[in-house]
Design a protein around this ligand. Structure first.
Ligand SMILES: Nc1nc2c(c(=O)[nH]1)N[C@H]1C(S)=C(S)[C@@H](COP(=O)(O)O)O[C@H]1N2
Ligand SMILES: [Mo]
Length: 328
C-alpha cells in the first residue's frame, strides 16, 4: 500500500499566504517576544513572513504588519478557499443585495478611519485605526466562515482577539453587551438609499462572547490588509456563528447593559436572531441547515454544531435554554 505523506508546503494551509516565502529574522524575533498570544509549542517553521510592499499599497500605512505569524492553535482540516473566490463572492448590502459587489465596494473610503468607543466605558474615546492596530497583538488565524444561506469558506484572517480591544476600551462593570456598527458613507454606499433597510448595519455580542478566545477582529486577509469588499479596515469574525454576525467596516463599538437589536433581527426576527449559533439540526424557516456548499471546492459537506467550534464555545451557553432561539 502506498502511503502519501504530505510535505509541509503541500498542506492546504500553505495556500494562505503564497507570496511570503522567506523568514525575515527581525519579524520573527518580534513575534516571539509577543509570547503568550502564540500557541505553546507551535512550530515557527510553519509561519509566514513578509516581502516588501507593492506600490499600489503604499498609501496603506499598515502594510508592514503583514503577513503576521499564524496562530497554530486554530488548525483547519478543510482546504483554504482560493483568494479570488473569497474576495469576489461577498455579502455587503451597502454596495448591493447580491454577491458581486467587489467592484462597487472599491469606492469605500478607508482612510482616515476613526473608531469610536462609547456607552458604558470608563472614558469615551475616538481612536485612529492606524494607531489602534499597533497596540494590538496581531496574528493570523485560519477560520471557517458559514453563511446562514448555507454556503461556506475557509479563510486566513489576520487581526487580533476581540478581548484585547475590550480590554483597551475599559468597559464599566455594568456593561453586559458589545454593539458594533458599520460606517455610514452615503456618498460611497448606494445601498443606504434603500430606506427600507435599518441602516447602519449593526451587530451585537454578549461581553462573555466578545471575550471568548475565538472572537476576532480581522484587519487582514490572505496575509495582506483586508480588502474593502470583505470589510476593510476592520471587521468581526466569530466563526461559531452565522456569517451575518460578522459586521464589516466597523466605525463604532458601544458597550451597553441592553441586548442590542441587529440589522437582520430588526428586518426579520423570526429568521435572524441575536444568538445565531450554527446548528445543523435547527433549520432556517425557509431551508435546511444540515449541509453547506464550500464555495472553493463546490462540495456539499455536513454542517457541524457551532460550526465545529463547540469545544471553545459550548460552555458560554450552558445556562441558557437549549432551544431554537440559541441557533437562530
Ligand atoms: N456591513 C455589513 N456587514 C456584513 C454584511 C453586510 O451586508 N453589511 N453581510 C454579512 C453577511 S450575511 C456575511 S455572510 C458576511 C460575508 O463576509 P465576506 O464577504 O467576507 O465573506 O459579512 C457580513 N457582514
Ligand atoms: Mo451571510
Amino acid at each position: 500500500m502506498l502511503l502519501k505523506v504530505k510535505r509541509g508546503w503541500e498542506l492546504p494551509e500553505s495556500q494562505a499566504t503564497p507570496e511570503s516565502v522567506f523568514i525575515a529574522r527581525r519579524r520573527l524575533v518580534k513575534a516571539l517576544a509577543a509570547g503568550p498570544i502564540l500557541a505553546a509549542g507551535s512550530s515557527v517553521a510553519g509561519c509566514k513572513y513578509a516581502f516588501g510592499t507593492a506600490d499600489d499599497e503604499a498609501a496603506d500605512p499598515t502594510t508592514d504588519l503583514y503577513p503576521a505569524m499564524r496562530n497554530l492553535r486554530y488548525r483547519e482540516e478543510r482546504e483554504i478557499t482560493p483568494e479570488d473566490i473569497a474576495t469576489t463572492y461577498n455579502n455587503f448590502y451597502e454596495f448591493g443585495s447580491h454577491k458581486r459587489i467587489s467592484k462597487a465596494a472599491q469606492k469605500l473610503k478607508i482612510r482616515p478611519w476613526t473608531v469610536i468607543f462609547d456607552g458604558l466605558v470608563e472614558q469615551e474615546m475616538q481612536v485612529e485605526f492606524d494607531d489602534l492596530i499597533r497596540k494590538m497583538p496581531l496574528q493570523e488565524r485560519v477560520y471557517r466562515h458559514r453563511c446562514v444561506e448555507a454556503w461556506s469558506m475557509v479563510v486566513p484572517y489576520t487581526g487580533f482577539p476581540l478581548s484585547a480591544l475590550v480590554e483597551f476600551a475599559k468597559p464599566k462593570a455594568e456593561a453586559k453587551y458589545l454593539r458594533m456598527e458599520t460606517v455610514s458613507q452615503p456618498e460611497t454606499m448606494p445601498g443606504l438609499k434603500q430606506f427600507w433597510y435599518p441602516w447602519p448595519y449593526t451587530e451585537g455580542l454578549t461581553l462573555a462572547e466578545a471575550n471568548n478566545e475565538l472572537a476576532f477582529i480581522a484587519t487582514g486577509l490572505y496575509g495582506k490588509p483586508i480588502v474593502k469588499q470583505n470589510g476593510a479596515p476592520l471587521r468581526l469574525a466569530v466563526p461559531w456563528k452565522y456569517g451575518f454576525k460578522h459586521v464589516k467596516s466597523i466605525a463604532r463599538f458601544t458597550f451597553t447593559d441592553e441586548q442590542p437589536v441587529s440589522f437582520w433581527e430588526e428586518l426579520q426576527d423570526s429568521e435572524y436572531g441575536f444568538w445565531a449559533n450554527v446548528n445543523p439540526e435547527v433549520s432556517h424557516p425557509r431551508w435546511s441547515q444540515a449541509e453547506e456548499r464550500d464555495i472553493g471546492t463546490e462540495e456539499k459537506i455536513p454542517t457541524e454544531l457551532y460550526n465545529g467550534y463547540a469545544e471553545y464555545v459550548a460552555e458560554l451557553y450552558k445556562d441558557l435554554p437549549q432551544d431554537r432561539s440559541l441557533f437562530m
